[in-house]
Design a protein around this ligand. Sequence first.
Ligand SMILES: CC(C)(COP(=O)(O)OP(=O)(O)OC[C@H]1O[C@@H](n2cnc3c(N)ncnc32)[C@H](O)[C@@H]1OP(=O)(O)O)[C@@H](O)C(=O)NCCC(=O)NCCS
Length: 290
Amino acid sequence: MSAGILIRPMTPEDVDGTYLMSSLALAETADEKEQVLNRTPEEVEVRKERYRHSLEQDSEGSWIAADGEQVAGVALALVREGIWVLSLFAVDEAYRNAGVGRRLLDRALEYAAGCRGAMLAASTHPAALRRYALAGFTLLPTLMASGTVRREAIPPDLTARQGTKKDLDLAADVDRRLWGAAHGPDLEFMLRTGGRFLISECRTGRGYAVEWKGYPAVVAATAPDIAADLLWACLAESTAETEIRWITGQQNWAIPVALEAGLSLSPAGPICIRGELGSLTPYLPSSPFL
Ligand SMILES: CC(C)(COP(=O)(O)OP(=O)(O)OC[C@H]1O[C@@H](n2cnc3c(N)ncnc32)[C@H](O)[C@@H]1OP(=O)(O)O)[C@@H](O)C(=O)NCCC(=O)NCCS
């Protein structure tokens, strides 16, 4: 099935096909596929906006596998201040196990030339894990916490406040310490598309979070107590099911928060790292932008 497949740079015309193919490829169960097909037009648009953002910022890292007019696979990578991130990687089920994923990942990794570090948040798909490990990544297992937040557990004395544009430099400093680069345009993208910017600063340190519909999309701080305060501030906004994702062994500070909030822990896909990065803790990354 891979013979007639062309790996080529993504164009704006590929966004619709990429959206549907990748959303269905990443949905693991029939229920999840059904949910993808039932997304509201607004939800669909935010995701497509993310692919357009990738194209605008990182056209050299944006690749698709094309079978004629059809999008058969995609790999979107970004580079910020010398750190490479894999933002999206998926191949249509009909084209898998024929080397399309490897060819896409190789192209996306060419964009990492000259970078000092690389990072991605992986699914649990065995083929993905094989590709990442063979590409030289170290796989850090993670837990996720999910459920409905016990409202009475939310601490009454949270210090996190609403962030403003003036706090973007604070976030950039924290990012550089934690993962080695500033999120820059990606943080602005998250805030433009519904993310709420939270800042916590006190004697022990400082940090920021992006809360999106009650989910902690990113939590990054210079001290665990600040990170915990920000995580609580995100959870305090949740009104239904929420998830804390990417809890590696370095993020044990997040476990008491998850348990106190009444969430359930379960194993999830690894964070994959290569080369030189920041301290990576206390830090809950965003999966598309890390
Ligand atoms: C991950 C993904 C993109 C790989 O695409 P692909 O075109 O199948 O990739 P390739 O054919 O190049 O490689 C797949 C490899 O996994 C191996 N593989 C497949 N299923 C496997 C399994 N159940 N256990 C172990 N290895 C497996 C294949 O043998 C192949 O290895 P090889 O090339 O060394 O023989 C595709 O499986 C996918 O879209 N998965 C769902 C979405 C997803 O999880 N994406 C990753 C997000 S982080």
